[in-house]
Design a protein around this ligand. Structure first.
Ligand SMILES: *Cc1c(COP(=O)(O)O)cnc(C)c1O
Length: 398
């Protein structure tokens, strides 16, 4: 359990579903917004602008002006030009200096793009002071899908060095923003180590610690259900050619399933993060006369709906029965960087029907049956969406 003064500012970018954000807002959390659109969205939920950080070190002047006019009072920077921009647009805006941080194990490193190297922070602070701006602290982000506590520990140590430097320049350094990167699997490891590092570097605790968790909040609250729209089973040929033999050196024949959503939809992390998706089958009620379904495990490859062969969800996976057109494939943990990243490539919809269900009700009860023949819209259900659990999580974070 953390006993640091931790304020959560969940990152809107990983899931901008207003129902989800609304629950976070009700819990009293703030938000990390990175664009004009995200700021508008969050303000539209009735969130006080003082609970928003404009957490992007490279902003457009128009968005910055909008944020300032609407009362957002904190943003980040990591370069000299951003300081000029702030000075001429909204000099009263509070600033956090985003420093370089990097976790080798992160699924997506942000370090290539953002974060001032430590040896440039003196010049940046000097310029901020010359421009009469107010630097109030430091932020970092070790990368999304991170897992190594050492990256956080190093970043906290570097933050302290920048705090000291800032104080020498006369700034009231009081906010430490430890970014995101937290996951269900790593929070237990990272949180206590992070806490100890903060204790060690800031023993007087005269610092407000904030975090910007993205996937940690969103990921497990959504389950996605995709419809199987086509299937290509292997038709046995009497004599496989030598070429075929080479391609399928293993004796297994992989039948192919095509589902209603793919890497240009909610499964982009197959490409970006190498995420392995493992669905379970929900059998459709087929009605009418039925041929017996083959039970027992069956090897499949699973594909998205587009014409692109990159659009592969899983190249080879055992499902626990024969799958037929009209069945559904159910994926857990589909709340982070899914709907938020979905495109309309190839003319496929990126509109999802989101069903908020009480955890004890089976998702199957919500599936249309018998399956309809028209265009299959992928569905996203926020199963296990338990505000109470979130509330407890939030308590644990205090
Ligand atoms: C993406 C991002 C986050 C959220 O990252 P997660 O890895 O999803 O926790 C937080 N802060 C900033 C500045 C980001 O860019």
């Amino acid at each position: 359990m953390l006993n640091i003064r931790l304020t959560d500012l969940p990152a809107v970018k990983c899931n901008n579903d207003v129902a989800f954000l609304g629950v976070l807002a009700k819990l009293g959390l703030g938000f990390d917004c990175a664009s004009l659109g995200e700021i508008k969205l969050v303000l539209g939920l009735g969130v006080e602008p003082s609970r928003i950080i404009y957490g992007h070190p490279c902003k457009t002047v128009s968005a910055l002006r909008y944020a300032a006019t609407r009362g957002v009072s904190l943003t980040t920077f990591d370069n000299l030009d951003e300081l000029e921009k702030v000075a001429s647009t909204c000099p009263e805006m509070g600033l956090l200096l985003r420093i370089y941080a990097h976790d080798e194990t992160a699924r997506i490193s942000l370090a290539k793009k953002f974060g001032a190297p430590l040896d440039t922070t003196g010049e940046l602070l000097q310029r901020a002071r010359d421009l009469g701006l107010e630097v109030q602290g430091v932020s970092f982000h070790v990368g999304t899908g991170a897992s190594d506590p050492k990256a956080y520990i190093a970043a906290v140590r570097h933050s302290k060095q920048v705090f000291d430097l800032g104080q020498q320049f006369g700034f009231n350094m009081c906010i430490l923003d430890v970014g995101g990167g937290f996951q269900d699997e790593n929070l237990e490891t990272i949180a206590p180590r992070l806490e100890r590092a903060i204790d060690a570097e800031f023993p007087d605790r005269a610092v407000q610690v904030v975090a910007e968790p993205g996937r940690f909040y969103a990921r497990s609250f959504y389950t996605m259900v995709c419809k199987v729209i086509s299937r290509r089973t292997h038709v046995s040929t009497s004599q496989p050619s030598r070429e075929q033999k080479q391609h399928h050196s293993s004796s297994a024949k992989v039948d192919m399933l095509y589902q209603s959503d793919g890497v240009y939809g909610c499964f982009m992390n197959a490409l970006c993060e190498g995420e392995i998706y493992q669905p379970t089958v929900i059998r459709a009620y087929t009605g009418g006369p039925r041929t017996a379904r083959n039970n027992g495990t069956h090897l499949y490859s699973i594909w998205g709906p587009s014409c692109d062969s990159l659009d592969c969800i899983n190249e080879q996976t055992y499902l626990d029965c024969e799958v037929r057109v009209g069945d559904w494939l159910k994926y857990n943990n589909m709340g982070a960087y899914t709907t938020a990243c979905s495109t309309t490539f190839n003319g496929f919809s990126n509109q999802y029907e989101i069903i908020y269900v009480a955890p004890e009700i089976s998702l199957n009860a919500y599936l249309p049956s018998p399956p309809q023949e028209e265009e299959a819209e992928p569905m996203m259900a926020a199963l296990e969406f338990q505000p109470l659990e979130l509330a407890e999580l939030r308590q644990a974070g205090k």
